[in-house]
Design a protein around this ligand. Sequence first.
Ligand SMILES: N[C@@H](CCC(=O)N[C@@H](CS)C(=O)NCC(=O)O)C(=O)O
Length: 218
Amino acid sequence: MANLEKLIIHWVPSTRGARIIWLAIELGLPYEVKQTVKSAPHLKEIHPYGKIPLAEAKYTDGRTVVLEESGHIISYLLRHFDTDKKLSGKTPEEFEEVDFHLHWSEGSLIAEIVPLIVNKAYKWADSELTTKVFSPHAEEAINYLETVLAKQAAKGSKYLVGDHLTAADIINHMPVAIYVGGKLGPVGPNVQKWLKQIESEKSFQEAYKNEGPPPWAL
Ligand SMILES: N[C@@H](CCC(=O)N[C@@H](CS)C(=O)NCC(=O)O)C(=O)O
């Protein structure tokens, strides 16, 4: 069977890119970070969508598997390289919960938060659309995480799924960090504690060591 020679991670500071570096570190994969800029034309030559994160899994038999879209990249890497199920969920129930977060984070959570960042950046924060539609939806998503984390805390866990860091924490970090750091709405104590906890992990510190200013400060 061919082995992974290298995972090339195309990365831009202050984007979703570092979450893939974080995952690669946690999985102990050989990886190389190629820094670029958003919408760089060469990215579309690698994958026609051309967004960050974008990764290329290079195998010892000469194959290259191009990986695009956070949830898909993470799920591919878990399927192929998380042999002891460390980051995928140890039990079938935990596996489903992690898988839920891989979809929910990009499909729901970030979708509720992006309009708030845009409004903040363009100073439309007092628009009716924000106060009546976007803010309540984002708040609902963050409250959902608060509920999950409160239940986890009652069981003695500091993480979203099971008793240790999983891909659920990794994928949700960025949208929550933006929401909390950008002061986009109220945040419960368990979400705040969770954010501090995962940001204190060694693998996080390593993955984010070259990170630029947060998106709300750009
Ligand atoms: N849902 C996608 C979002 C990808 C995305 O929009 N990435 C941004 C950076 S965080 C990007 O590449 N923007 C540049 C552009 O829009 O051309 C994922 O999670 O991979």
